[in-house]
Design a protein around this ligand. Structure first.
Ligand code: ATP
Ligand code: MG
Ligand code: MG
Ligand code: MG
Length: 572
């Protein structure tokens, strides 16, 4: 491909719509363009990378014995009524009506469709096991589409569905998919970890999520370095709070207002100070902070609310001694001089108290809004004397691992894949029954397995970039090699050599792009770094005079190589 013949609309400035690095880079490198919130066009280069991810997924699914098919995106609501999910999953549905005003659902997932298919096509144990997959567009009416392809309204998923005769055999199918996923993410150059997960709206028996550790991820993974336990935050079990208060002295008491200024916006106190701490309470759920006095010292209790059960669970208590609820005055006095600020508090060590004892505590409830969590405004004017100041951001609260007792750690992560063992929930409801060896009719034992293909593509960028742009792993790069002649006049020595190397690489089956634009070298180099081609071959007059060209691996150093050795070096 020649640069002038394709369209690579790179941008110098970051579009305001993009908040996270990978989203910025997708736009700046000209890989995607937004049509509307959560709806994106894949530009020629973006599509090339996407197709490579898809192909890796396809190869590994085939290798694992899964059969590719393609189901309709548009689904009749009746099958969702049968499965019982018409109501429970309705929040995510995009619905359309035909000319007769009949309702249809744009598929957010395909358990209902595949199970209906299998109900009609499979009748004997001899036809099992089977695992069907497709790579297809899904539609979900997300509450908050954001971060580009990460959470879109329309996205590409690989979804697979296995059908087995017994639970034990279903376990084998599950393991095959688990292993295939491990290979897929490895081949995509992604560091992904499998963690135990909830089954949620899918129902079913158990599941694992494949998580890519990233600060911008919308999930949290709980893990133990000591014994390798890992689970997502909903599923994680712990042996109770394990408290470590890191009480470094910030500043002498009289300079406390300075410490406060650093992170307190006047008028609001953001709990980010707490949630940004590496091992503290997840930001996405309601957090209550209960404040007690213990022997005239202030004590903070962190409560984690459960969105669904409307229950709060004690996460950690910091402090020891005789507890009594702190009065509002005491809290304000200890917490800071500025209205609403919560900057520094005196901590000591920590016992755990049962929920019931906490009820009457002086309570400050956080309220959720677009930016995160804020305390309601509190105001005080007042002289404060606190002996010992601690930056709340340095407080580490963690829970103990239930298997080995060591402190659990929490890491934000992106969910790129999810495998579920479903059991017979769908096969029973939608009639996917088969005749077993003993002549008895039984429901097939199912599993379902999803990979967000478009999300995976963006996760690769989120994990692999630097200040200059994307660093593509070779396996998914839109082009592996970018040939950059500095002079492009037809017949010039640089262009003649560029064309020659281009043809040789193409003949070798290498994905190569020739930057034939009549642009300044700086512009060409910047663009090639931004788009992130793994190998750049610079051809300039000066080095050519020495019989050399310049080879540069993305993120690496420039190496002169002999002109005649260039192709061989690249093929290495
Ligand atoms: P999330 O927790 O992020 O909402 P999910 O658990 O609802 O995802 P699944 O039903 O498990 O998603 O779907 C399988 C995969 O599809 C997910 O692991 C994720 O990679 C991808 N995916 C889900 N929702 C979206 C979306 N709105 N945009 C892009 N990819 C998505
Ligand atoms: Mg979801
Ligand atoms: Mg999820
Ligand atoms: Mg999931």
């Amino acid at each position: 491909m020649r640069w002038t013949q394709t369209l690579i609309p790179t941008l110098k400035e970051t579009p305001a719509e993009a908040e996270i690095t990978s989203h910025k880079l997708l736009l700046r490198a000209g890989l995607v363009r937004k049509l509307s919130g959560g709806l994106y066009t894949f530009m020629p280069l973006g599509l090339r990378a996407l197709r490579k991810v898809e192909q890796i997924v396809r190869e590994e699914m085939n290798r694992a014995g899964a059969l590719e098919l393609l189901m309709p995106a548009m689904q009749p609501p009746e099958i969702w009524e049968k499965s019982g999910r018409y109501v429970t999953a309705s929040e995510v549905f995009f619905k359309v009506r035909d000319r007769a005003k009949k309702e249809w659902i744009l598929g957010p997932t395909h358990e209902e469709v595949i199970t209906t298919l299998v109900a009609g096509e499979i009748s004997s144990y001899r036809q099992l096991p089977k695992n069907f997959y497709q790579i297809q567009t899904k539609f979900r009416d997300e509450i908050r589409p954001r971060f580009g392809l990460m959470r879109a309204k329309e996205f590409i998923m690989k979804d697979a569905y296995s059908f087995d005769v017994t639970d034990e055999l279903a376990q084998i199918s599950y393991q095959k998919m688990y292993d295939a996923y491990t290979r897929i993410f490895q081949r995509c150059g992604l560091k992904a970890v499998a963690v135990e997960a909830d089954t949620g709206v899918m129902g079913g028996k158990f599941s694992h999520e494949f998580m890519v550790p990233a600060e911008t991820g919308e999930n949290e993974v709980v893990y133990c370095e000591a014994c390798n336990y890992s689970a997502n935050i909903e599923k994680a079990v712990s042996g109770g709070p394990s408290l470590a208060t890191h009480t470094h002295k910030l500043s002498p008491p009289d300079s406390a207002p300075h410490a406060l200024e650093k992170f307190a916006t006047p008028g609001v106190v953001t709990i980010e100070a707490l949630t940004k701490a590496p091992h503290s309470v997840p930001a996405h759920r309601q957090i209550k902070t209960l404040v007690y006095m213990v022997d005239s010292k202030l004590v903070i209790l962190l409560m984690r609310g459960d969105d669904q059960l409307n229950e709060a669970k004690l996460v950690a208590a910091v402090g020891s001694g005789n507890f009594r609820p702190a009065t509002a005055d005491e809290i304000f006095a200890a917490m800071g001089a500025h209205p609403g600020s919560l900057g520094a508090v005196n901590f000591t060590k920590a016992p755990v108290y049962a929920d019931t004892q906490l009820r009457d505590a002086a309570e400050m409830t956080t309220g959720a809004n677009e930016d995160g969590f804020h305390y309601r405004n509190v105001s005080v004017e007042r002289d404060i004397k606190v002996n010992h100041w601690v930056d709340l951001r340095s407080v580490q609260v963690s829970e103990a691992c239930s298997s080995c007792g060591k402190p659990l750690k929490i890491q934000r992560a992106i969910e790129v894949g999810h495998v579920f063992k479903l059991g017979t929930k769908y096969s029973e409801k939608l009639g996917a029954l088969f005749l077993d060896e003993d002549g008895k009719q039984k429901p097939a034992v199912m599993g379902c397995y999803g990979i967000g293909v478009t999300r995976t593509l963006q996760a690769i960028i989120e994990q692999s970039n630097d200040k200059d742009g994307i660093i593509w792993p070779v396996s998914v790069a839109p082009y592996t090699v970018c040939i950059t002649p500095l002079g492009v006049a037809a017949g010039s020595a640089t262009m003649v050599l560029a064309e020659k190397i281009y043809s040789e690489l193409v003949a070798q089956g290498i994905d190569v792009i020739l930057d034939d634009r009549d642009e300044r070298p700086g512009v060409k180099f910047k663009d090639s770094e931004l788009v992130g081609f793994p190998i750049r071959l610079g051809i300039g007059e000066k080095s050519l005079a020495k019989g050399e060209v310049e080879l540069k691996l993305r993120g690496g150093v420039l190496t002169p190589v002999k002109t005649e050795e260039a192709v061989a070096k690249i093929l290495e």
